[in-house]
Design a protein around this ligand. Structure first.
Ligand code: ADP
Ligand code: MG
Length: 570
């Protein structure tokens, strides 16, 4: 009794499908990259489960992907003998978008297709890209370890719904059958498909095979018959793990494609660092800085971390133990020879090996960022900073050992530049410090505009002293942890205890003392009038144009911090 059921796609899937087909039409061939990438992930997952249950391989332990073309039926089929899916898994994986924060994200879409297409890029392309070239997609899948008649068929034309039917499938794994659109028959060309695989999927670590026709019987030179040869499956990719290959033999395109494979991001990365470490700990790491922040960068439940392999065997995605939280935007692969194959998330938590790998990876990333930060052309670093600067600002509070290194990577707006763009480093600030100035001055406000027009700056303008202008939410917290740089204290210009007298000449000092005496009684009267509302009223030399300003005590919470606490209900 065959029962066919019909299900509706989740609303977000429908939206994604529409946008994706529209915005990727000029680069259709990437559907193949996505489907081969999924097949390779499925092989990785099976290999991992088979570590503890080798019976899952049955009599088929050679993991591979096969692409076959059928000119008559106008289909392109991608078959893998990986993990496969159960019915429930098919429903979640091919009917919904199971990322946290998806609903919120989609509710922000404007309906303007060109704007939305850019946003949708943050989602990764994935399985649904099949519908760019196919008007019907059939998925036949059987989970490893389940009987032939427990397989399931999913079918959809990518509009509102899909159908599910129980089927019988001889072998484990998944077949994705694309019924190509009328005008997409170029994907039936062996040569074309092979060249796409080489372009996008060379780095896939298992063989991606295509059928190679044999030759018919023919005549040899001396009149003898040469026997017909049979066709065979032939790998069309290199089929070695990219990170294990020698750096000098990998080109930028290959690094870029590998990034897209592991990150599910469709934009090219900004930079990468590929290292083989031997000695105390043995590992290979390939770490990438993305160009675009994911939509869920600020979502607490969002998954992040590296793809972990142990001696080439995939162990887990999103291993967050190897990167501190302020570097959670880094994508990459870590392949260790020092961890056991049966390592679990729990075991990873507190091993010595984890700690030393984390230390190594952290320092690789910081070196890579340093290099970008020092480059003649600052475009990349500014791109990086605009996307991830706010996350990096968590660094000084989180990573004591690398505090100074992270501090050098920070960028701020400053009175030295007339722009809200954060471009000034602490090192460049220090290089411009005045004779006799031994502190780094900063001001935290709600916005760049507010900071720029703060009366606290008046005296600094007068003396020609630079002040860093901070206005990100995280800045107040950052400055509590970043109290010193290059042996110089960082000091808020909005706090008491500010002493600029070292920068003044004798004459000015005298005049100031005079003024203080002269206005002492005025200050007293203010104090009496304001009563409980203030701690003290003082004659100030900070102002040039404004009559008065509010200052917090050196060791009190700043006004920004008070606002922050209030906003979280404290
Ligand atoms: P992603 O690869 O980023 O997770 P996709 O849209 O490409 O997103 O795929 C969605 C999910 O569908 C995958 O995470 C996986 O669980 C499942 N899936 C897709 N293709 C296969 C396959 N060939 N074998 C097993 N599972 C698959
Ligand atoms: Mg995918």
């Amino acid at each position: 009794t065959v029962q066919k059921q019909t299900h509706g796609f989740q609303a977000e899937v429908k939206q994604l499908l529409q946008l994706m087909i529209h915005s990727l039409y000029s680069n259709k061939e990437i559907f193949l990259r996505e489907l081969v990438s999924n097949a390779s992930d499925a092989a990785d997952k099976l290999r991992f489960l088979a570590l503890s249950d080798s019976s899952l391989y049955g009599n088929d332990g050679e993991l591979r992907v096969r692409i076959s073309l059928d000119e008559q039926a106008k289909t392109l089929t991608i078959s893998d003998n990986g993990i496969g899916m159960t019915q429930e898994e098919v429903i979640t994986n091919l009917g919904t978008i199971a990322k946290s924060g998806t609903k919120e994200f989609f509710s922000q879409l404007s309906g303007d297709q060109s704007k939305d297409s850019k946003l949708i890029g943050q989602f990764g392309v994935g399985f649904y890209s099949a519908f760019i070239v196919a008007d019907k997609v059939t998925v036949r899948t059987r989970k490893a370890g389940t009987p032939a008649d427990a397989a399931i068929e999913w079918e959809s034309s990518g509009e509102g719904e899909y159908s599910l039917s129980p089927i019988s499938k001889d072998s484990r794994g998944t077949d994705i059958i694309l019924h190509l659109r009328e005008d997409e028959t170029e994907f039936l060309s062996q040569w074309k498909v092979e060249s796409i695989v080489t372009k996008y999927s060379d780095h896939i670590s298992i063989p991606v095979e295509m059928w190679q026709e044999g030759t018919p019987e023919r005549d040899g030179e001396d009149g003898e018959k040469i026997a017909a040869t049979e066709g065979h499956w032939k790998a069309v990719n290199k089929a070695t793990a990219l990170w294990m290959r020698d750096k000098s033999e990998i080109n930028d395109d290959e690094y870029n494609e590998f990034y897209k494979h592991i990150s599910h991001d469709w934009t090219e990365p900004l930079s990468w660092s590929h290292n083989k470490v031997e000695g105390g700990t043995n590992y290979t790491s390939l770490l990438y800085v993305p160009k675009k922040a994911p939509f869920d960068l600020w979502n607490r439940e969002a998954r992040h971390g590296l793809k972990l392999y142990v001696q080439r065997v995939f162990i887990m995605d999103d291993a967050e133990q190897f990167m501190p939280s302020y570097l959670r935007f880094i994508k990459g692969v870590l392949d260790s020879s020092d961890l056991p194959l049966n390592v679990s998330r729990e075991i990873l938590q507190d091993t010595k090996v984890t700690q030393s790998l984390r230390k190594g990876c952290t320092s690789r990333v910081l070196k890579m960022l340093e290099k970008m930060a020092k480059a003649e052309d600052q475009t990349d670093y500014q791109t990086f900073w605009a996307e991830f600067g706010q996350v990096l600002k968590e660094g000084p509070g989180e990573d004591f050992a690398n505090k100074e290194t992270v501090a050098k990577l920070l960028r701020f707006a400053s009175t030295h530049e007339d722009t809200a763009e954060q471009k000034v480093s602490l090192e460049s600030y220090v290089s411009r410090m005045k004779e006799g100035q031994d502190e780094i001055f900063f001001l935290v406000a709600d916005s760049y505009e507010a900071a720029k027009h703060s009366p606290h700056l008046e005296v600094f303008r007068k003396k020609g002293i630079e002040v860093l202008l901070l206005s990100d939410r995280i800045d107040e917290w950052l400055m509590q942890h970043l109290t010193e740089f290059d042996g110089k204290k960082l000091r808020s210009v909005a706090k008491g205890g500010l002493d600029l007298s070292k920068l003044d000449d004798e004459e000015t000092k005298k005049a100031q003392e005079e003024a203080e005496k002269q206005f002492a009684s005025v200050a007293e009267r203010f104090k009496a009038a304001l009563g409980e509302q203030v701690k003290d009223v003082k004659v100030s030399h900070r102002l040039t144009d404004s009559p008065a300003c509010v200052v917090t005590d050196e060791f009190d919470m700043s006004t920004q911090m008070i606002k922050l606490m209030e906003s979280v209900g404290q």
